[in-house]
Each structure stands twice: as structure tokens, then as C-alpha cells.
Design a protein around this ligand. Structure first.
Ligand code: KDG
Ligand code: MG
Length: 412
């Protein structure tokens, strides 16, 4: 079998998605997600100009060799653009291999280690009543684990709050909530860490009082604290028994997590902006985190994610694969196959995609009673309708950014 064609498909049903479609000479196709939110076209150029020409005529079964070749022959290693492009190839080749074997992909990864994959959804509100409504609505949809984000008194618009997050500032357009709004220019939000640290424990106190001690609750700090601020937050949230506190610091400085860890037993999750195992080396070896947050889509694909998670397993660190709506259904399916197969699964983030996205990507994975399952179709179980994709052309998309009250740019 040989690779006959590789096409890069850009579509924007509810938001932009970049998909690599590889076709073999005997007609098998494989899909890989290459969506890098806000920098989509950089990955498109990387794939079309530098990767696709190298794939034609190659044996699609040689997944590991292809991965090592793309990673090492580029000379310029790592980085989100490179690793998203390599991920798309890796996942598309796994899709082809599993279709050739006539099996759902999870079977090739070792088979099912569980019956379903616990998923968490995003509840949010500008205030407590709105947050409670959102939690109730998620519970009604079947979610059994909930991420909690709220507005902070005195701040106009912050990350993760649906009713605040209409990215209409520069365009007049309004989109349904997603945690990474698209806009023609970056939307400015405001931030005040001290106000946030004062407010958040009272939110979790209220949620526990209303919804009881059982429900797994998560929270995303979205990289905005210093180590000592993160330590303080982790400590103040301990009475509310969080499943995890995510991205409490910008974790490029892995050693900073030593300080956070010394002060709190709140479980920590990090890694959605990481691209390789090297970003985790200290965090894993020193057991400074509890959950690996990388996306299959941004970390070079299924092959390296499996290696990172196997490495993490030696330290009793579990998976918490990134799955907001900027991961396409192809990237989500890849994550769910991996989640089902690995032993050290923790939880899977899952925000439902919109109707237009589901029109473009037909998926076999299901969400029932709080659990995802990848389905039994051979391969990933996702098809892309090229005609439907063509109806939704690319739209310029920027993520928002933060400024402090004095005008200083801050991590978003
Ligand atoms: O594109 C940025 C989003 O993927 C990110 O803001 C979502 O932090 C996020 C999460 O935990 O889902
Ligand atoms: Mg996050």
C-alpha cells in the first residue's frame, strides 16, 4: 500500500478546523486534526508546503518511522505549528491502519481498559445564580463531572464565562460560547489576580453547598497566577475537594510547580499548550502534577501521546486530554480511542460541537450518561463531508488577551 494523495481541508462550520486527509492507492482514507486555534493557516502552510510532498508514495503502515522522519528531518524541532502538523499525519495514518485491520483504533492500542470514558463539561456564569443554572443544565445533559468558571466582581469579561465571552468587541458579531472566541482582531479582556483569589473560594463553597460533596468539580486558572498565588489558591480551595486545578501558572517554568506543590494537596493538571514530553520532564519525574492535559492534536499525535502517558503512569499521573471545541471531532475521536485503551486514564474534557460542525464531520463516538465511547467502526470512526466543508470558508480568528487595570498585558 502507498500514499497516493494528501489534502489539507480548511473549514469553518462553527469555528475554523484544519484537517489532513490521506488517501492510499487502494482507496483507504485517513483523517488527522491539525487545528491550532488562532494560528490555523500557519499549520496549513506547514503541511501543504513542507509535509504533503514528503508523504506521496510512502508506505502508510510505517507510522513510527514517518513520525521520526518528520520530527528529525525538519531539524527545527518542537513548537505548536510543527507538532500540530506532525500530529495530523500520525492520526491519519493510525486511522488508515485501523481501517486496513478492520478494527476500531482502540483495539490497535491494546483494546478497551474500561467500558466508557468519563467526560467533564464546562459550566459557567457571570454570577452564582447563572452558574447554578449552567451546572443544572450540564447535569441534565448527563455530565457527571463539571468544570466551574465564574465572573469576578469588578472584572468585565474573563476567560471561560459564557455570558461574558461574546467576542463582539471588534466585529459586532456574537457567537455561542466557546472558551476561545474568534474575532477579526484580538478582543481585550481585563484581569485582577487579587480580586480573583478573593472571590473563587466563595464560589466553590456555594457550589458544594448546593450540589453536595460527590460531584467532581474542576477549575481552570488559565496560566494567570504566579507560583505563590497559585499555592495560595490551591490551599484555599482544599475544603471543596476539587478534581483538579488546571494551569495554575504558565508552566514553561516547570520548577515553579515545586513551590505550588509544597503548599497544597489540591490536584494539579497542566499541559494544554505543551507539545512534547520534554515540556513535562520535571513535572512528571518530580510528581509535580497529577494530570497530563495535552491534546493529541497539539502534541504530535497518538504515538507520542501514548508514550507521554505511559511515562506518566510510572509516577501515578493520569490523563486529562484537552478537548474544547477547538479540537475538531477528528482530534476528539483520537483522544477517546486513546482514553479507552490506556490504563492510567483520568478524565476527558468534552464540549459538544455545534450542528454545523456535526454536519461536516460525521462521528461514531457517543456521549451517554456522562461517558464517551469511540464506537466500533473501523479506524477513528469519523468521516468528513467535503461538500459540506466547502460551504463554510475560513474566517480570521484571534484569541482574546488580557490587560491589567494599569494597561499591562497579562497572560490570558
Ligand atoms: O484555544 C484555546 C483553548 O483551547 C483553551 O482556552 C481552552 O483552556 C482551555 C480548556 O481548558 O479547555
Ligand atoms: Mg485549559
Amino acid at each position: 500500500m502507498k500514499i497516493d494523495r494528501a489534502e489539507v481541508i480548511v473549514t469553518s462550520p462553527d469555528r475554523n478546523f484544519v484537517t489532513l486527509k490521506i488517501t492510499t492507492d487502494d482507496g483507504l482514507t485517513g483523517l488527522g486534526d491539525a487545528t491550532l486555534n488562532g494560528r490555523e493557516l500557519a499549520v496549513v502552510a506547514y503541511l501543504t508546503e513542507h509535509v504533503v510532498p514528503l508523504l506521496i508514495g510512502k508506505d502508510p503502515h510505517r507510522i513510527e518511522d514517518t513520525w521520526q522522519f518528520l520530527y528529525r528531518s525538519a531539524y527545527w524541532r518542537r513548537g505548536p505549528v510543527t507538532m500540530a502538523a506532525i500530529a495530523a499525519v500520525d492520526v491519519a495514518l493510525w486511522d488508515i491502519k485501523a481501517k486496513a485491520a478492520g478494527m476500531p483504533l482502540y483495539q490497535l492500542l491494546g483494546g478497551a481498559s474500561r467500558e466508557g470514558v468519563l467526560a467533564y463539561g464546562h459550566a459557567s456564569g457571570k454570577d452564582i445564580p447563572e452558574l447554578f443554572d449552567s451546572i443544572r443544565s450540564h447535569l441534565d445533559q448527563g455530565y457527571r463531572a463539571i468544570r466551574v468558571q465564574t465572573g469576578v466582581p469588578g472584572l468585565k469579561s474573563i476567560y471561560g464565562v459564557a455570558s461574558n465571552a461574546a467576542a463582539e468587541g471588534n466585529t459586532g458579531r456574537r457567537y455561542d460560547y466557546d472558551p476561545a472566541q474568534r474575532a477579526d482582531l484580538p478582543v481585550e479582556e481585563d484581569w485582577d489576580t487579587r480580586a480573583y483569589l478573593r472571590h473563587l473560594p466563595s464560589v466553590f463553597e456555594a457550589v458544594r453547598a448546593e450540589f453536595g460533596p460527590e460531584l467532581p468539580l474542576l477549575h481552570d486558572g488559565h496560566h494567570r497566577m504566579t507560583p505563590i498565588q497559585a499555592a495560595k489558591l490551591g490551599k484555599s480551595l482544599e475544603p471543596y475537594d476539587l478534581f483538579w486545578l488546571e494551569d495554575c501558572t504558565p508552566a514553561e517554568n516547570q520548577k515553579a510547580l515545586r513551590l505550588v506543590r509544597q503548599h497544597t494537596t489540591t490536584p494539579l493538571a497542566i499541559g494544554e499548550v505543551f507539545n512534547t514530553v520534554w515540556d513535562y520532564q520535571t513535572l512528571i519525574e518530580e510528581q509535580l502534577i497529577d494530570y497530563v492535559r495535552s491534546a493529541v492534536t497539539h502534541t504530535g499525535g497518538i504515538s507520542p501521546m501514548k508514550k507521554i502517558l505511559d511515562y506518566a503512569a510510572q509516577y501515578q499521573i493520569r490523563s486529562g486530554i484537552h478537548g474544547p471545541t477547538d479540537i475538531s471531532p477528528v482530534g476528539m475521536a483520537a483522544a477517546v480511542h486513546l482514553d479507552l485503551a490506556i490504563h492510567n486514564f483520568g478524565i476527558q474534557e468534552y464540549m459538544k460541537h455545534g450542528e454545523m460542525t456535526n454536519e461536516v464531520f460525521q462521528q461514531s463516538f457517543t456521549f451517554n450518561d456522562g461517558y464517551l465511547h469511540p464506537g466500533e467502526r473501523p479506524g477513528l470512526g469519523v468521516d468528513l463531508d467535503v461538500d459540506a466543508a466547502g460551504k463554510y470558508p475560513y474566517q480570521t480568528a484571534y484569541l482574546p488577551f488580557n490587560r491589567l487595570h494599569d494597561g499591562t498585558v497579562h497572560d490570558w
